[in-house]
Design a protein. Structure first.
Length: 280
């Protein structure tokens, strides 16, 4: 089943799914909530502001969600970062007011935890929703694919799976920065054996920039760009030294990469600040 259209900027307001078994379901951008109830053995792809399940079993969810996902009275739930692309999706995401970079897919809150172990787990980073799609699910004109995804791939809260060093990579978009330039930066860091653990976007004032970016030598420029647009922060991990030596210079984006001494502090400061902003 596909819950979406390909009209420019089109999206759904909210979705509730009840009593589905052995189903493959794709839900296009939802401006509000997606609520899944009494479902079993379902493969689900969702892009939404809020996500919640209740009384579900063995649901695999490929998720892009701007707020913390919630499960309740649900077991054997598995989650992955949504990777999907089709004509018109970017406009639908924009129309629904969904941030491409505030993805809480792995930050699951379980209302009904149990003593013997968690009710949810994370699928491997290579898991893709299109594995389950056939022409029975999607008509040929859709041309849905998981390559060149609109949504950045993040590995999420995987305990004990860090690779290499970690650093805070911040993109100050200014007034002319584009998502296409952001995509170019992401592809560059991936080509340098780095990956994204998590990402967030936020507006920042001067005092916040001074407090978070303690090792920045060009804070005046950071402040200037921040006044004109948003700041996107990535926790990157891998060969950070190689990334630092080959950092690109986009025309309309100012980049900042933390150094080894301040990375841990700046990563925590940035993401704690964004979480505080999003919770108010």
């Amino acid at each position: 089943a596909v819950v979406s259209t390909q009209s420019t900027g089109d999206h759904v307001a909210s979705v509730t799914i009840d009593d589905c078994t052995n189903c493959v379901i794709f839900i296009g951008p939802s401006k509000g909530s997606v609520f899944i109830r009494d479902c079993t053995d379902v493969k689900l792809a969702v892009c939404c502001q809020q996500f919640r399940t209740r009384d579900c079993k063995r649901v695999d969810t490929y998720l892009h969600c701007n707020t913390q996902p919630i499960i309740e009275s649900s077991t054997d739930m598995r989650f992955a970062c949504l990777q999907v692309s089709y004509s018109g999706l970017a406009d639908q995401v924009k129309g629904a007011g969904i941030s491409l970079y505030n993805n809480e897919w792995s930050n699951i809150y379980d209302f009904t935890p149990v003593d013997h172990g968690p009710n949810f787990s994370l699928l491997c980073s290579s898991a893709r929703f299109d594995t389950y799609l056939t022409r029975e699910h999607v008509s040929p004109e859709w041309e849905m694919t998981c390559s060149d995804s609109v949504f950045p791939l993040t590995v999420g809260n995987r305990v004990g799976e860090h690779i290499g060093k970690s650093a805070l990579l911040s993109l100050f978009l200014g007034k002319n920065g584009t998502n296409e330039e952001v995509d170019g930066v992401i592809k560059h860091l991936q080509s340098k054996e780095c990956r994204l653990r998590k990402s967030k976007e936020v507006k920042m004032n001067t005092d916040t920039i001074i407090r978070i970016y303690t090792s920045a030598k060009n804070r005046d420029n950071l402040v200037k760009f921040a006044k004109e647009g948003i700041v996107i922060g990535f926790e990157v991990e891998g060969d950070v030294d190689l990334l630092r030596a080959t950092l690109p210079t986009p025309q309309n984006i100012l980049l900042y990469l933390s150094d080894d001494e301040t990375s841990a502090k700046e990563i925590n400061s940035f993401f704690n600040y964004v979480d505080m902003c999003l919770s108010t």
